[in-house]
Write a protein of this length. Structure first.
Length: 621
């Protein structure tokens, strides 16, 4: 395995491949890793340097050569050749720059057409096109139209992987959602009722720790992933994460897109102006009715004369009855009142169109919202996720040119431009009336400072921190929990959340998604049954390995028949009595066949045990 990157994700991914999957890894990093990232946390630098030292020492002392480091300022063809890409099994390109990853992927595909590629790209649409292009190039170079998993290309985004977890941890009771290619899996936390779980749903994915306190993996009271039925029945006083719903979720328009370029009519005019217009219309109708009574004219004719009088284009009511003359004077007076109202309506409409492209300010009386700090790559994805959940959000960003500012403008989400460390910025975001604070800027010290200040304003505020280093995130969490035991605190490392998905993709399987369970990660993967003795020829019940993996769904169609959205209703049956889409809630007695594909939930080590050594035998790599 070859991993190329310039930030913490590369080191985390390399450690994941070595420590969990037991793979031989070559790590390609810039010469000076301490200058790659801005000075967010000093210990993160030291950790990267210490990691390199351990890798080098192990590589020198281990005859198998399980660890090797190549330092290169740029990822060129010579560097890839030196890293052994021509004889490698998989290559991960996880640079922070999309262009760098694409250029290196094109070069690597030419050096080794059968290489399995994993790319880190933020641009989703570009990632789809690059994935198709690289797969097509591999098929032409090898002469095999069905390249399979050995030469497949997988495009992932750490932002897409981490954003749902960050958004969910900021809201009490929010479902944990895994969504990919139209497939929606929703897992929810359920607390025990009368000592036991009230409804286990489709499957119990995890038992939470007794205190639900984000315990670490080494804590004996931590969460228990993928428990068996006996353990679930015996669990008392413990909450659980259960798979509640699996459905098809096609593309849907967000509320921001429904607004479009032209705002809604109600947003064009203020409430006071709308009431003024309604009052004038009522007065016109009243004058028309009075004119009908006085002159015995038809109501439509009376309304027409009233409007003529209103706009001062009717002849004077000379030698007319007194009532008609009085009504004409009142209509003229009403016309004078109408002029400033119409002028105000025009000015307000122009101002609304002008401000439609400007950033909104938090409205008066706003409360119960989420304050989001940072609109970079991660913050933009978190903002989109919160908007999809219809959660009110107020964003704070120091850079007016940040990539998420345009997204906030399109979604009409209030944004405060300013340095969150400056006094008054969080107050402008109405932090004292918010329900949660998400600090997801790229600087750990900024996130920590903002959280500490917010806690001084509201000690019971629910906070979520994005921190660069997972060990540092754990230390910060424990300290904040000890200082504020009655408040909810969550600390998350993006690399910790994203690395398992990248590592699983490098093993040749498409990872559908990952959900955090306290401080651990549970993966959802699509796996071909053929070639896996732990699955092939076994029943669903026999294939279940508590604490390692569990089969959740079955796709019995052949690879050529499988649809992009197999869970769609129209793909429910192929006419031969065998379901061609994903089948959920499987009977435990179903025997898995070699041609089947299954969706399973697995722990990191469980997935490593299931897939790790399978493709290491053919070549002496």
């Amino acid at each position: 395995m070859v991993v190329c990157g310039d930030d913490g994700l590369a080191h985390r991914l390399a450690a994941e491949l070595r420590g969990v999957y037991g793979e031989q890894v070559t790590l390609v990093v810039p010469p000076s890793v301490t200058s790659v990232r801005p000075p967010v946390v000093g210990r993160a630098r030291a950790a990267s340097a210490a990691l390199l030292d351990r890798w080098v020492s192990r590589a020198n002392g281990d005859p198998a050569g399980n660890g090797r480091v190549v330092e290169a300022a740029e990822i060129t063809e010579a560097v890839l050749a030196d890293a052994g890409v021509d004889r490698a099994e998989a290559l991960a390109l996880v640079y922070d720059d999309d262009e760098t990853n694409i250029r290196a992927a094109l070069t690597a595909r030419r050096l080794n057409p059968r290489l399995r590629l994993v790319l880190r790209l933020y641009n989703r649409r570009l990632g789809q096109h690059i994935e198709e292009l690289l797969d097509q190039a591999a098929a032409l170079a090898t002469g095999d139209e069905d390249i399979g998993a050995d030469a497949s290309t997988t495009v992932l985004s750490d932002a897409d992987t981490a954003a749902p977890a960050l958004a969910a941890t900021a809201l009490a009771g929010t479902s944990k959602v895994v969504q990919t290619d139209g497939l929606l899996l929703r897992a929810v936390e359920r607390q025990p009722w009368r000592g036991r779980i009230a409804d286990p749903g489709l499957a119990t994915l995890a038992l939470l720790s007794p205190t639900n306190n984000d315990s670490t993996d080494t804590d004996e009271q931590g969460p228990q992933l993928l428990p068996d039925d006996a353990t679930v029945r015996a669990a008392t006083g413990r909450g659980a994460v259960v798979l509640e719903q699996v459905s098809y979720s096609g593309p849907s328009l967000t509320a921001g897109r429904a607004v479009g370029v032209v705002p809604a009519f109600a947003s064009l005019f203020s409430r006071r102006l709308r009431w003024s217009l309604a009052g004038l219309v009522g007065c016109v109708l009243a004058l028309a009715v009075a004119l009908t009574v006085v002159t015995d004219e038809h109501p439509l004719y009376a309304t027409y004369e009233t409007l003529l009088d209103l706009f001062a284009i009717n002849e004077p009511a000379l030698h007319q009855p007194l009532g008609r003359q009085i009504l004409q004077l009142l209509s003229g007076l009403l016309g004078l009142l109408l002029l400033p109202v119409l002028l105000a309506a025009v000015l307000e409409a122009l101002g609304t169109f002008r401000s439609a492209s400007a950033l909104r300010k938090p409205p008066r009386g706003l409360g119960g919202h989420v304050v989001l700090l940072g609109l970079g790559k991660i913050g933009t994805r978190v903002l989109t996720r919160l908007h999809e959940l219809r959660i009110p959000v107020v964003c704070v960003e120091a850079d007016p040119e940040a990539r998420g500012v345009a997204t906030a403008r399109r979604l009409r989400v209030p944004v405060i431009l300013g340095d969150v460390t400056q006094e008054g910025v969080l107050e402008s975001a109405k932090i004292h009336r918010s329900s949660a604070l998400l600090a997801v800027t790229s600087a750990d010290t900024t996130n920590l400072e903002a959280v500490l200040y917010a806690r001084s304003v509201r000690p019971d505020l629910r906070v979520v921190l994005r921190l660069y280093d997972d060990d540092f995130a754990t230390a910060v969490y424990r300290t904040l929990r000890a200082a504020h035991p009655n408040a909810v605190t969550r600390s998350r490392s993006v690399t910790h959340l994203a690395a398992p998905s990248f590592a699983g993709a490098m093993m040749g399987r498409q990872i559908l998604g990952a959900i955090p369970v306290e401080r651990r990660v549970l993966l959802f993967a699509a796996v071909d049954v053929g070639g896996h003795p732990q699955l092939e020829g076994r029943t669903v019940g026999e294939a279940f390995r508590p604490g390692a993996w569990r089969v959740l769904a079955l796709d019995t169609a052949t690879s050529g028949e499988r649809q992009p959205d197999p869970s769609a209703p129209e793909n429910a049956d192929d006419g031969e009595g065998r379901p061609s889409g994903l089948v959920w809630d499987l009977h435990e007695g179903y025997v898995l066949k070699a041609e089947d594909r299954v969706v399973l939930a697995a722990t990191r080590r469980g997935l490593a045990e299931l897939l790790g050594r399978r493709r290491r035998e053919p070549a002496g790599m």
